[in-house]
Ligand binder design. Structure first.
Ligand code: CA
Length: 397
């Protein structure tokens, strides 16, 4: 029916796509409701989906079958579980239009090869943490976690309401990837030790599994960071291949069984004050998706970002009780002296990281400026609350 008006007003000699319509007739058509939307969009040069549909009731839906590869072990609680949920949410929200098959670390590609796998089109999506790619992209570490850096809340703020995500997207665009924050571990624990750490000298010669920038800081303190896969940590610590290890926080640490073979569980996790987990999507494939599927991926990543931290908090509270009940295990805090020394080494490590890398410098400047303001506010809000008001009443009247 809408064709009637078009036939009356279009210059028939014009080829399709370059048709002209008088302004008067156009608005007249709108006023009488005779110019249906697909026709209007064509006239305005719209090249979106309206061009593909042949009528208002005919919806052509291209289906997408994607693969997602992760750095997490199969069935790994919360982190791999979250990826499976993400795929399920996207399936539900798209009514099956975008279906994602999830492969845990090693199932399709080795865990630390997922970055290249998504870049090279082996899979369209991946899940890991940006500091895993420090070897090829040092600046990426700011998007995961930095020793003595921002916590989960502050990092989310920088990424989502500051400049963080924009910088992250710029950095990853060189690798044909689109990153999304998709979870945070919260503040981690400082690790499992078999000797007391009373001063920074106690770290000298210590062989500890501690990855990334934290490992570099330990090195400055005279320790030896050791790289071991998660699956080798328990036996490594038990047999003395390593003297100490960090992993995550009470829930995941308890599942690893470290409480059976270590005497001291130290806090805080100065090296990982809140690690962002990342969802990476092939930019080529992402750009080819219709807008509504892109929006759904964004929404699902955002839901995963929220859910992961919530799940970590809930599980850590429960498992801290179990750890506290372990006979012979002592939960200790690093002394101020130890933390101050480690902080000094961190400054050096970050200087070394940024001095020859202009992009890392840009990211750090943004990170640092944001953090200063966030810390000033946290000192007055969160810090005051935790220090003085966070103990709940023991009985409720
Ligand atoms: Ca860790």
């Amino acid at each position: 029916m809408h064709l009637t008006l078009l036939h009356l007003t279009l210059h028939h000699a014009q080829p399709r796509g370059k048709m002209k319509i008088s302004r008067k007739a156009f608005f007249k058509g709108l006023a009488f409701g005779t110019l249906a939307l697909p026709g209007v969009l064509r006239l305005l040069g719209w090249r979106g989906q309206a061009q593909q549909s042949s009528g208002p009731n005919i919806i052509t839906r291209k289906r997408y079958q994607w693969k997602m590869v992760t750095t997490w072990p199969p069935n790994f609680p919360i982190l791999q579980e979250g990826c499976e949920q993400l795929a399920q949410w996207i399936h539900e929200m798209t009514d099956g239009q975008l279906h994602i098959q999830v492969f845990a670390g090693g199932e399709l590609v080795p865990p630390l090869e997922i970055f290249d796998a998504v870049r090279n089109g082996v899979a369209e999506m991946g899940s890991g943490a940006a500091y895993y790619w420090a070897g090829k992209i040092p600046a990426a570490q700011f998007f995961a976690s930095v020793p003595f850096g921002m916590n989960a809340q502050q990092l989310n703020s920088w990424l989502l309401a500051g400049q963080g995500l924009e910088l992250w997207r710029e950095l990853y665009s060189h690798y044909d990837l689109v990153p999304f924050p998709a979870g945070n571990t919260g503040v981690q624990m400082g690790g499992w030790f078999n000797k007391e750490i009373n001063s920074v000298h106690d770290l000298k010669g210590l062989k500890m599994r501690i990855p990334g920038l934290g490992g570099k800081v330990l090195e400055k303190a005279g320790g030896s960071p050791v790289l071991l896969a998660g699956s080798e940590l328990y036996t490594g610590l038990e047999r003395g291949v390593i003297d100490a290890t960090e992993w995550l926080s009470p829930f995941h640490d308890y599942k690893m069984g470290f409480h059976q073979i270590a005497r001291y569980y130290y806090t805080p996790g100065w090296h990982e004050p809140g690690t962002t987990l990342e969802l990476i999507v092939s930019k080529t494939h992402y750009d080819q998706l219709p807008t509504h599927l892109q929006a759904i991926i964004t929404a699902a990543a955002s839901r995963l970002n929220e859910w992961t931290l919530a799940a970590m908090e809930a599980a850590n509270g429960i498992y801290l009780e179990k750890i506290k009940a372990v006979k012979g295990l002592q939960i200790r805090s690093f002394s101020d002296e130890v933390l101050q020394e480690l902080k000094k080494y961190t400054v050096t490590v970050i200087e070394e990281l940024t001095q020859n890398d202009p992009f890392a410098q840009r990211v750090y400047q943004s990170y640092h400026a944001f953090r200063q303001k966030a810390t000033a506010w946290a000192d007055l809000s969160e810090h005051q609350y935790y220090e003085r008001l966070s103990t709940p009443p023991t009985t409720v009247q």
